[in-house]
Design a protein around this ligand. Structure first.
Ligand SMILES: Cc1cc2nc3c(=O)[nH]c(=O)nc-3n(C[C@H](O)[C@H](O)[C@H](O)COP(=O)(O)OP(=O)(O)OC[C@H]3O[C@@H](n4cnc5c(N)ncnc54)[C@H](O)[C@@H]3O)c2cc1C
Length: 221
């Protein structure tokens, strides 16, 4: 089929998240991103396939390969500890609304490297303040966006799509990420609301052999 980039917002097939289909020159990716009800993963994905087939009757999949993954975002854990600099997801840096983390990973990696090269004895402090300046305000806004998005539900998603389609969508989203008075007001509430989920399962101890660190080590090998 022709190239396409499509997404579905529907709690029945992607609870509080989204499903997407990307086709480029005959290669495609279809996924469902869930922020709740993880045990329904198989059912949600099957519903996603069904729905995209209805929307795009010419969709014909061959040589499918399944994949899966998880995202992780959290706040408040030092991104520099015991002489180590944590970047990307291991520093909790990821967009809390959509689970996007590539730009956070690249930018925080660059900021850490720059601090080490230029910061001298103040390198850790330089890294932490550059995160505060460049990434954390946007990430805090993304947590507030998640709180607001989760309140919408299927009817609200339709309204959200209609509204964003009436204007430049990038501009619409950019505005939602700008620091604002309302955002600053709602951030503590969002932090409290998600307090049980904003937990980093990894640890920053030297030579740690906890289950999480062992598993990540094995995955890496
Ligand atoms: C299905 C899926 C789709 C996504 N789509 C998007 C998207 O469209 N846009 C976007 O911005 N983000 C997307 N993300 C999120 C994005 O991929 C991640 O947030 C980003 O890759 C995080 O980068 P990272 O470098 O922090 O971590 P990772 O990419 O996870 O890299 C960490 C690396 O460290 C290795 N490692 C771990 N422990 C050890 C160890 N002890 N020793 C040595 N190596 C170790 C791991 O094997 C891994 O290779 C997606 C994620 C998933 C799962």
């Amino acid at each position: 089929m022709d190239d396409v980039a499509a997404a579905i917002l529907d709690d029945r097939l992607a609870p509080k998240g989204y499903a997407y289909l990307l086709i480029h020159k005959g290669w495609g990716t279809m996924a469902t991103c869930m922020f709740r009800e993880f045990s329904r993963e198989r059912e949600c994905f099957e519903l996603t396939v069904e729905s995209f087939k209805k929307v795009f009757p010419s969709l014909n999949m061959t040589d499918e390969k399944e994949f899966g993954g998880y995202g992780n975002f959290f706040f408040g854990k030092p991104a520099c500890e015991n002489g180590r600099y944590y970047v990307g997801e291991s520093a909790g840096l990821q967009d809390c609304l959509w689970g996007f983390g590539l730009r956070y990973a690249l930018l925080s990696g660059w900021l850490a490297a720059r601090s080490i090269i230029e910061g001298g004895a103040n390198a850790p402090q330089m890294y932490l303040s550059s995160l505060e300046e460049r990434l954390l305000p946007m990430q805090r806004a993304s947590l507030v966006n998640r709180l607001l998005f989760e309140m919408l539900g299927n009817r609200g998603y339709a309204h959200f799509i209609e509204k964003s389609a009436k204007m430049d969508t990038l501009e619409f989203l950019r505005r939602r990420y700008n620091p604002s008075f309302l955002g600053r007001l709602l951030f503590p509430l969002a932090g409290w609301w998600y307090r049980s989920r904003l937990v980093d399962k990894g640890c920053h101890r030297d030579g740690c052999t906890c289950v999480w660190c062992r598993c990540r080590g094995r995955q890496a090998q």
